[in-house]
Ligand binder design. Sequence first.
Ligand code: ADP
Length: 411
Amino acid sequence: MILLPVIIICIIALSAIIFFYAMINKHLLAQLRAKKGELKAAKEAALEALPGLNDGSVATWVINRRNMVMTFLGDFTQKSEFKKADWDIPNFRRLCHSCCLDVFDKWIGVYSHLYNPICRRMRFHLSCDGGKTFHWWELIYKLNETTSKDSKFYGIFVNVDKIKNMENEIDDMRQKMYDVELKETFLAAINHDLRTPLNAIAGFANLLSEQYDLFVEEERKQFADIVKSNSETMLKLLDDVYTLSGEDIIKVNYKMRSKSVRELIDVIYQTNKIICPSHIDFILSHPVDDHDANIYVDPKRVEQVINNFLSNSFKFTSTGSITLGWRDITDTKEIELYVSDTGIGITEENQKRIFDQFFKVNEQAHGTGLGLDSCKKIVEKQDGTIGVESTYGRGSTFYCRFKRYDEEEEN
Ligand code: ADP
């Protein structure tokens, strides 16, 4: 009799458990279905977002570290220009354009370190038709602590032609913007620097011609000196503009010939002696044994360079001396022409930029910042080198070097 109620309670309990279990199961099934739906939608969205997956512009690959073979997965090879799936390293290298062989070899070089957890992306310019057409591809993979120990690892291979084109366009635009900026800076500098000496010339010339009798002799000389020095500034400016606008001229109009360095330096010294401020000691320095040497240059161009060094030294030296000289560098068989001053000097930081276009240590200083840039171009055009050594606060030495020209040897 006791058994019956116990059996009834058990049946009720079992039914309840089955009922709850069924309920939970139904809920789980519904959740599972929803998840499946989400996954399907995500997959479709991914396919839509990456149309390349279907058109042969994106692939997944695996590299087997044991035989160093890279294999494209899926149906990539049927849709892309890569007609086979397995590539060993020498074969894959053959697809590379010469411009990216360096990158490729570096990548192969780091194979020995591939066990380090790291993310790598490399771009290769590849051709699958024997060099007729090339496309840009990017190889991307990430190794973490676990995968870095596996014998295989996976990555992605993406066609980046469009990105590369966009980058090239951006580079072109950046270059154009830079050119426009340079031109604007240049025009502003020219405008400012031409106006200042022109105003001075016009003003003092006016005073001299219209009110000559009002001034004593000493004052008239002072005015004449100001007119003279401002005319020289303008001439230097025009020289700079000529050299800048004439980069083509730089390339063609060189009258190269053998020239005695002694003669060249003497002529430059005589011309600049008149210009050198009277409170500066202007020294001419030939080698002590008084020998001579020849260089193969356009003498007028070299004169232009040394004149530029000198006019800078005159500008930036208020006491002491300026030395114009030359010397042999026996090791390299070169001749060095130099201008040394005891002026304000240039910091190490600024020495690095001193030959850059438009560079001036002090933005307010007169000049376009083109002089040394032009000098560099002129010297290098004649296969020479240019340089500076300076101690800030003590003085500077600007020099240019050319190969010694021994006519007998050359003939
Ligand atoms: P600019 O034509 O305006 O004189 P440069 O290219 O010849 O320009 O010179 C650039 C800058 O280099 C100058 O503005 C000046 O700051 C610095 N510089 C050139 N020569 C000397 C020098 N001998 N001593 C100190 N600074 C110098």
